[in-house]
Design a protein around this ligand. Structure first.
Ligand SMILES: CC(C)[C@H](C(=O)O)[C@@H](O)C(=O)O
Ligand code: SF4
Length: 466
């Protein structure tokens, strides 16, 4: 009896290297212009060429400006133009699958990869980015790697890895209306802690995952690294297969039938053992919002900012005191009602079409509170186009949101410092000190919660909006 991880791992072992290390065949290497530019530059300097260019995808998404009318090297980062151009030049010279800033397929790599079926069930996919496991949402075994590892993959299409321990997270029960994948994963991180997944690959299972649309599964897998699990995935089921059918890089004709049959066999066998099992009760789950500077510092939206002494051991308390100081929050303050300055909808976590729809459902016929800056950066150009086709952009703009081109944008401040010193409610995945700009104070939440907060001018529960 084997788990999904066992099956995919075994199918990719080229040889056993000893000491627990295996040489794995890598199906997809995805690179973006921040970390990827170093990789292509290093390989060029070494006088080498990619081993398998049809398996390498480069995408301009990280440093490129998201402002409407952007040019080919526009970036708020000083080194942005050079890194963008280096990635572009190498991709063109080598003939890699390259998605430039003005390509209709452009977008955040982790959003584009499943959208184009660059990621698919049972594929090994690596990228120099910690949120690479996002595409575990379509059943890929995907993880973030460092630049020197990526150079190795580019040169050989293989990578030495030690197999992680296995962890299964059972999301039991059924989500109530208005409660989303973001709330599930924030609750999980609150439960196991930001270090709870060290050394593990997380398989997400249970009825609440089975009924999650594929886009929600990506939100779930996206935040695996926020509890220190490098890998996170939902093994493929019929929804996965249906989602991928007909997409650009999906197999076609007979090859599709063969692939789908293989994917159906990748599911974890009944009775297969995991090193760790975690249960999360979804019946009782309500929207979650972070109050601190770690994603584990999270509570239900109807709760209060905790007292440090209620947060756990001595270390957790010390972290809470530091976080409260940075966030300028007093313990005991109700979360709902804390005034915000900025509402941000974007990132590889929560800027797919279903996220924009959820936010638009809240914003329709409403206005952003005067004084609040509200920004929407669609996860990909495809998402942007689809949203525009169904009139979501009008709803966002009429409400008072800025409507941007796709990219990482203001998820991690890359130099513009636009949200500096302000309190941000954000659909992103990290709330670390300075993450969204110097002294910016980020609260992580779902798209519906962010939209409701934009309207109310303070942290607000979308289910209770007047
Ligand atoms: C730039 C990249 C290496 C980084 C990551 O690894 O995650 C970024 O995407 C982030 O979210 O902080
Ligand atoms: S959107 Fe944010 S979290 Fe995702 S890859 Fe870009 S910077 Fe990283």
């Amino acid at each position: 009896m084997r788990t999904f991880l066992d099956k995919v791992w075994d199918d990719h072992v080229v040889c056993r290297l000893g000491d627990g290390m295996d040489l794995l065949q890598v199906d997809r290497l995805v690179l973006h212009e921040l970390s990827g530019s170093q990789v292509v530059t290093a390989l060029r300097k070494a006088g080498r060429v990619p081993a398998s260019k049809q398996q390498v995808f480069t995408i301009i998404e990280h440093l490129i400006s998201t402002y409407p009318g952007r040019g080919p090297t526009d970036s708020a980062s000083k080194s942005g133009p050079v890194m963008i151009q280096a990635t572009r030049d190498a991709s063109r010279d080598w003939g890699l699958n390259f998605i430039d800033y003005d390509d209709p397929r452009q977008g955040i790599a982790h959003v584009v990869a499943p959208e184009r079926a660059i990621a698919f069930p049972g594929a090994t996919l690596v990228c120099c980015d910690s949120h690479t496991s996002t595409v575990g949402g379509v059943g890929a075994l995907a993880w973030g790697i460092g630049a020197s590892e990526a150079e190795h993959v580019l040169a050989t299409q293989a990578l030495a890895q030690s197999k992680p321990k296995s962890m299964r997270v059972n999301f039991n029960g059924k989500l109530a209306p208005g409660v989303t994948a973001k709330d599930m994963v924030l609750a999980l991180i609150g439960q196991v802690g930001a270090q709870g997944g060290i050394g593990y690959a997380a398989e997400y299972a249970g009825p609440a995952v089975a009924s999650l649309p594929i886009e929600g599964r990506m939100t779930l897998c996206n935040m695996s690294v926020e509890f220190s699990a490098k890998y996170g995935f939902v093994p493929p089921d019929e929804s996965t297969i249906e989602y991928l059918h007909g997409r650009e890089f999906a197999p076609k004709g007979e090859a599709w039938d063969r692939a789908a049959a293989y994917w159906r066999n990748l599911r974890t066998d009944e009775g297969a053992a995991f090193d760790l099992e975690v249960d999360v009760d979804c019946n009782a789950l309500v929207p979650q919002v972070t109050w601190g500077t770690s994603p584990q510092q999270v509570v239900a939206i109807d709760a209060r900012v905790p007292l440090p002494e209620d947060t756990g051991d001595t270390e957790a308390r010390a972290l809470a005191i530091k976080a409260l100081d940075y966030m300028q929050l007093a313990p005991g303050t109700p979360l709902a009602g804390i005034p915000i300055d900025v509402a941000y909808i974007g990132s590889c976590t929560n800027a797919r079409l279903s996220d924009l729809r959820a936010a638009a459902a809240v914003l329709k016929g409403r206005k952003v509170k005067p004084g609040v800056q509200a920004v929407c950066v669609p996860g990909s150009t495809t998402v942007k186009r689809d949203a525009e086709a169904e009139g979501l952009d009008r709803i966002f703009k009429d409400a008072g949101f800025e409507w941007h081109e796709s990219g990482c944008g203001f998820c991690s401040d890359i130099g513009e410092g636009r949200f500096a010193g302000r309190r941000v409610i954000s659909t992103t995945n990290r709330n670390f000190e300075g993450r969204q700009g110097p002294k910016a104070r980020t609260h992580l939440a779902s798209p519906a919660t962010v939209a409701a907060s934009a309207v109310a001018g303070c942290i607000a529960d979308a289910r209770r909006l007047a």
